[in-house]
Design a protein around this ligand. Structure first.
Ligand code: OAD
Length: 292
């Protein structure tokens, strides 16, 4: 991916371990609050009881999620893959956003310009109050169901169907949302009401491209200006684009704060390392920014 700053030009910066008492820098961040980028991963939802992907608790019936989240797994055993997604949907419905999600929503309200890029397919950021207009779900939305062949898709948390005529003014594929079967009440494999192909979860699987529209929203935000503060929380930063976006956003002297109990591929680039859980660190960081 083309990078304005180019990751290779960015020197590893001094990364002092972040101590609870060492919060003075937050005062400086406050002056940068004009423009902020937050990138989150599974660790932010971990304290809501949603298992991470790569942690020990991420395994589902001894199956590696990394191997289930592929087009090949779906082609081989769509029932197994749907079973996994149905259970994940159910767990997410029962979960509540935690204080880390809430802190991010609060930060958004105080920044002049704000973008949240989340790799999480759950809806906990939204339920904590983050606005969809300021959020990019770069790996999709688990509550979207889309056709594996044509462009039919429908959203919703699996509740009751929308009222007839709800989409009368919208394009055909929007209208189909209201007549598509509700998966959660239906143990069978869902079929597309238009072309008959298997429906699949609206998430990005390994080996698939990122959704172009969502990538473009991130790129537009980065193109407009750099950020005063970039917070990357709860992700192993496995994918190059996560590191690329964090570096480009902070490349003009912005703080790059990593919140993660573990070292990651991003750690060596961070200006601040916060080796704590997101639910402990983010409310404190955001409070200090707000209340300085
Ligand atoms: P991972 O499961 O790879 O990593 C979770 C990260 O969160 C690890 O770095 C943990 O150290 C950290 N962590 C765990 N608990 C935490 C807590 N309470 N507070 C803060 N951090 C905590 O999840 P992601 O990095 O989000 O993609 O994974 C990225 C992508 O890989 C996922 O979106 C998914 C997966 O394959 C696709 O499905 C395309």
């Amino acid at each position: 991916m083309a990078s304005r700053c180019g990751a290779s030009n960015i020197k590893c910066r001094d990364t002092p371990a972040f101590r609870a008492a060492d919060l003075e820098f937050i005062a400086v961040c406050r002056s940068y609050l004009v423009r902020a980028l937050v990138i989150t991963g599974a660790g932010v939802s971990a304290e809501s009881g949603i298992p991470t992907f790569r942690g020990k608790d991420g395994y589902w019936r001894n199956l590696d999620p990394i191997k289930l989240a592929t087009p090949e797994a779906f082609a081989r055993d769509p029932e197994l893959v749907w079973q996994w997604y149905r259970e994940r949907r159910q767990r997410i419905r029962e979960a509540q956003p935690n204080v880390a999600h809430q802190a991010i929503a609060r930060l958004a309200q105080h920044a002049d310009e704000f973008l949240l890029v989340t790799q999480n397919v759950d809806d906990l950021h939204e339920r904590a109050g983050s606005a969809k207009a300021e959020m990019v779900q770069i790996h999709g939305d688990i509550f979207v169901t889309r056709c594996s062949r044509c462009d039919v898709s429908y959203a919703g948390r699996g509740g009751s169907p929308e009222p007839p005529g709800a989409h009368a003014d919208e394009p055909e594929n929007e209208r189909l949302r209201s007549i598509a079967p509700t998966l959660e009440n239906n143990g069978n494999l869902p079929r597309c009401p238009q072309c008959g192909a298997l429906m699949r979860p609206g998430v990005v699987w390994f080996g698939e491209p990122l959704p172009a529209r969502e990538t473009e929203r991130v790129e537009n935000y980065l193109r407009r200006d750099s950020c005063g503060v970039v917070i990357v929380a709860g992700t192993t930063a496995t994918f190059g684009y996560i590191i690329d976006w964090a570096l480009r956003a902070s490349c003009r002297g912005g703080e790059l704060i990593e919140v993660n109990p573990e070292e990651t591929a991003l750690s060596r680039f961070a200006t601040r390392l916060v080796r704590e859980s997101a639910a402990i660190a983010l409310p404190r960081i955001v409070d200090r920014m707000m209340n300085f």
